[in-house]
Design a protein around this ligand. Structure first.
Ligand code: TYD
Length: 213
């Protein structure tokens, strides 16, 4: 069995990753690929338990605890789900992965980027995405979307949605900096446009990567 492919979708709150992950998965399945869609934090039983603590604004978390929780989640996700699925030849799409840690805990919270690189390496066993899509939109646009959604759900904002706008702006800039530093892996797509235009660009980026392999 051939080795599969690992795709990650990244971006600020409300950038449309989750919807686009589903659309991309359907398009790839229609082309005959076997596809697994997963997400962080979460994606495993342990991960979903970690996610509950991680996002709950009523649970007080030091920033170091927050960082270690998301790394613990990743360690389990890589070993239990991501690596086995890629080894079985599947296309794996993860809604968030290591770049979120660099953007949120690094650029957002201020953890040292070199340290985060080492911790991400430990948590992920060095597993890197074949391609990463950053869905880019202004922090304000994304947050307005998630806040509207939260009102519809009658759930309050989670730990990150409740952060100040400056935090979310640093996160967005963080993703854009990651993309500038690694243009071979990371493609930035403007997600303020219509859903279909965004999904067509994502599919193009993924098709280009599949062709180059
Ligand atoms: P989620 O509900 O999945 O939000 P979204 O739909 O925006 O992906 O919540 C995940 C939150 O966790 C999100 O606010 C970003 C944050 N996060 C980090 O801070 N660091 C990380 O490494 C990861 C994976 C997520």
């Amino acid at each position: 069995m051939g080795t599969g492919v690992f795709i990650t979708l990244e971006g600020v709150e409300g950038s449309g990753k989750t919807t686009q992950a589903g659309i991309l998965a359907d398009a790839l399945r229609a082309q005959g690929h076997r596809v697994t869609v997963t997400h962080e934090p979460g994606g495993t039983r342990a991960g979903e338990a970690i996610r509950g603590i991680f996002l709950d604004p009523k649970v007080s978390l030091d920033v170091a605890t927050e960082l270690l929780l998301v790394l613990a989640d990743r360690a389990q996700h890589v070993r239990e789900k991501l690596r086995p699925a890629v080894a079985a030849g599947e296309i794996v799409i993860s809604d968030r992965y290591s770049d979120s840690t660099v953007a949120y805990q690094g650029y957002g919270r201020g953890f040292d980027l070199k340290l985060l690189g080492e911790l991400n390496h430990l948590a992920s066993e060095g597993m890197l995405p074949d391609v990463t899509i950053v869905l880019d939109c202004p922090a304000e646009t994304g947050l307005a979307r998630t806040r509207a959604r939260a009102r519809g759900n009658e759930r309050g904002p989670d730990r990150f949605e409740g952060e100040r706008i400056e935090f979310h702006r640093r996160v967005r800039d963080g993703f854009l900096t990651i993309a500038r530093n690694e243009p071979g892996r990371v493609t930035v797509i403007d997600s303020t446009r219509e859903r279909a235009a965004v999904s067509a660009d994502i599919l193009d980026a993924v098709a280009g990567m599949l062709k180059r392999r």
